[in-house]
Design a protein around this ligand. Structure first.
Ligand SMILES: Nc1nc(=O)c2c([nH]1)NC[C@@H]1CN(c3ccc(C(=O)N[C@@H](CCC(=O)O)C(=O)O)cc3)CN21
Ligand SMILES: CC(C)C(=O)C(=O)O
Ligand SMILES: [Mg+2]
Length: 288
């Protein structure tokens, strides 16, 4: 298949140079991946946000490497021609390099991802280098890093004061030096995200990070109003109201079952006369 994984990390860097934005969307299963690919998305992220939008947890912390492998594998079956990045989940890349590489191997080999994403700055640059050295592209992720919510003390905008902005800039440069192929900037002021995007040669992909990133990423359930807890947030734009469509569709089904208008004549399968005779006798159903 000549078209397989048409996008790669070399082309992504060229897209940045050429000023062509990268479109990224999360997906968690076969149908979401299939629809994202059919719609022409550049990259799919199997985000640990699946903890929030698919599994119903309050944070991304309970998501395990097994969860990520299972969902990444489903996504890979739905989007066979799209570049797939899988999130390394909470606490799977902070111990030994061996443990980190074991998780990465599972996401690549069992999950069939083409790259992994890791949250953090200078403290994870060693892990990033080791994964890159193993031949696996790494997407960095700085700014709001939801796996550290208990350290940050909430989901707040990052880079608001000069010191914090400089820290983000240093982290971005550190990740570039460690070999990351791109960096997600989450919930960062537009001005700081713009400065970082200009300062590094690898693409930045923003979520709530303004207009000047090299690409944008959003959560599937957020932009489609698909029962997402975050759909009303400032950084999200609603492109379709799938939740209402599903709710109304199911509501109509319930109603029609209750008032016996479903199934109708055109939905049923009928038996031959001989079957009726054997069930009810020669006189047929009427004689019952
Ligand atoms: N469905 C979903 N979408 C996401 O974007 C997402 C997840 N889940 N789970 C993991 C993280 C958590 N995220 C969040 C969660 C809350 C805010 C939030 O409340 N933001 C405030 C801004 C706060 C401030 O001004 O400092 C907002 O009103 O947008 C933002 C991002 C982003 N990620
Ligand atoms: C919000 C994006 C960047 C993410 O990490 C996720 O969906 O898990
Ligand atoms: Mg994530």
């Amino acid at each position: 298949m000549a078209d397989k994984h048409a996008l790669n990390i070399v082309k992504m860097k060229k897209m940045k140079t050429d000023g062509v934005p990268l479109s990224m969307l999360t997906a968690y299963d076969y149908p979401s991946a299939l629809l994202a690919e059919e719609a022409g998305i550049d990259l799919i992220l199997v985000g640990d946000s699946l903890g929030n939008v698919v599994l119903g947890y309050d944070t991304t912390l309970p998501v395990t490497i097994d969860d990520m492998v299972y969902h990444t594998r489903s996504v890979a079956r739905g989007a066979q021609n799209t570049f797939i990045v899988a999130d390394m989940p909470f606490m799977t890349y902070h111990g030994s390099i061996d443990e980190t590489l074991r998780g990465v191997r599972r996401l690549m080999q069992e999950g069939r991802a083409q790259a992994v994403k890791m949250e953090g700055g200078l403290e994870i640059c060693g892990a990033v280098s080791a994964v890159v050295a193993a031949g696996v592209p790494v997407l960095g992720h700085i700014g709001l890093t939801p796996q550290s919510v208990n350290m940050i003390g909430g989901y707040r905008i990052q880079g608001k004061d000069a010191k914090d902005a400089q820290r983000l800039m240093d982290e971005a440069k550190g990740l570039e030096a460690a070999g990351a192929f791109g960096i997600v900037l989450e919930l960062v002021t537009e001005e700081v995200a713009e400065a970082i995007s200009k300062a590094v040669s690898i693409p930045t992909i923003g979520i709530g990070a303004g207009r000047y990133c090299d690409g944008q990423v959003l959560v599937f359930h957020d932009l489609l109003q698909y029962a997402s807890p975050y759909r009303e947030k400032r950084f999200v734009k609603t492109y379709a109201d799938v939740g209402s469509l599903i709710r109304e569709g199911i509501g109509s089904y319930v109603q029609e079952v209750k008032n016996r208008s479903f199934p109708a004549e055109n939905h049923v399968f009928n038996a031959d006369e001989t079957v009726l005779e054997s069930l009810y006798g020669a006189a047929g159903k009427g004689a019952k």
